[in-house]
Unconditional design. Structure first.
Length: 398
């Protein structure tokens, strides 16, 4: 009998991986995922394990050594809030959460709407436009830069380094050139962010960096090196996921005009559209943990020191949780998707991504007379993030 297994590289190469995820769910709650690794396929189990303290984000040194990645990169990623467990994860998260809380994001909403209008106007004036390069990428990058207080004059130099590091974060099989670019990016960004923090030390600034610096100095629980690395992480993590949400949602509205027509008839569906696009094809398809203590899922006992791969994308199409999971329903409610993870590691930027998504899809529905493809869209390749590299479009404003 053939045993179905989860192969990340194989799934990443599929234009539509969802039939394969359905096969995995049918095969069992847990399937093999390589030596010493198991993949969890269904919504209820993934949801439970995302909050289970027996699973850890802090992988052993051996895992990092076997990855073959340069020390500069592993040291950086291990220092970020994403790869820390309590108590340091809790300390870092509390500090950063205060700077992207709902009140802060609500205050940014008018600026985000303004930026969306400017970017669409520029696309309408351009002889050729690309939804990724001209909107899905620059919008969240600009918002992240403004939120962090990165001076306008520095952004053109800082952003390519953040992109290089972000691509490493979302790639399971980087090229040697991508590794080299990411190593240079870590060095440059550490020097740059460290310089910004030194400049703002002792000042009463109202930007995110100044708030983080004051909190770190007041509590003494976050070192300057930790602060630098986590600010860098906030910068690139703040736009990678949103870029893929915007590109995936935009591609759907291009190729499923009935969805755009429905939005035009009922603009109140824009927030629901964000949630449904996240569920239907989430930007990050899986997240991994290492088992601290034995965990039982169904009839499988997963032993300590094994790796568990939580299949977020599979969970989001689980027919046990979502009626007609392969149908896009802009009014789906409830919609307990796991695109932003859950529990202690729930995405810090989720509220901001939702506001940006609703602003873009609302603008598409109300301010554009024409929105059409001018060529084939090109999917991103690689493991980790799922989105598009190019979506050629023509835009005509009202």
């Amino acid at each position: 009998m053939t045993v179905l297994r989860y192969d990340e590289a194989e799934v990443a190469g599929l234009a539509d991986p969802y039939p394969h995820y359905a096969e995995l769910r049918a095969a069992g709650r847990v399937v093999p995922a390589g030596p010493g690794a198991w993949a969890v396929t269904r919504h209820a189990d993934v949801t439970a394990l995302l909050t289970d303290p027996r699973l850890s984000h802090e992988f052993p040194d051996l895992v990092y050594r076997l990855s073959g990645e340069p020390d500069e990169l592993t040291d950086f990623f291990r220092a970020t809030v994403l790869n820390r467990d309590p108590p340091q994860h809790s300390t870092l998260r509390r500090a950063m959460a205060r700077t992207v809380n709902p009140r802060t994001v609500a205050a940014l909403r008018p600026r985000i709407v303004e930026l969306v209008g400017e970017l669409f106007a520029a696309m309408a004036d351009a002889p050729a436009a690309d939804l990724v390069a001209d909107l899905a990428y620059p919008l969240p990058v600009t918002v992240a830069a403004e939120l962090l207080g990165i001076p306008v004059a520095d952004r053109a130099e800082a952003q390519p380094h953040a992109v290089a590091l972000g691509r490493m974060f979302g790639s399971g099989a980087p090229t040697e050139q991508e590794r080299a670019d990411a190593v240079r990016a870590v060095g440059w960004l550490r020097g740059y962010v460290g310089g910004l923090l030194r400049e703002r030390a002792g000042r009463d600034g109202d930007d995110m960096l100044s708030h983080l610096l004051r909190d770190a100095e007041a509590t003494g629980t976050i070192s300057r090196a930790e602060l630098v690395d986590n600010v860098i992480f906030l910068f690139f993590a703040g736009f990678e996921t949103t870029t893929n949400l915007l590109s995936t949602g935009g591609a759907l509205l291009l190729h499923r005009p009935e969805l755009l027509d429905r939005l035009r008839r009922d603009l109140g569906l824009a927030p629901g559209a964000v949630e449904e696009f996240l569920r239907w094809d989430c930007p990050i398809h899986a997240t991994s943990r290492v088992v601290r203590e034995p965990v039982t899922v169904g009839d499988r006992v997963i032993r300590a020191r094994r790796v568990v791969v939580l299949l977020l994308a599979s969970a989001n199409r689980d027919e046990r949780r979502f009626p007609e999971p392969d149908r896009i329903d802009l009014a789906r409610s409830p919609n307990p998707h796991l695109a932003f993870s859950s529990g202690p590691h729930h995405c810090l930027g989720a509220t901001l991504a939702r506001v940006e998504g609703a602003a873009v899809f609302g603008h598409l529905a109300t301010r554009l007379r024409r929105f059409e493809a001018t060529g084939p869209a090109h999917r991103r390749t690689g493991l980790g993030f799922r989105g598009y590299d190019r979506i050629p479009v023509r835009v005509v404003c009202n």
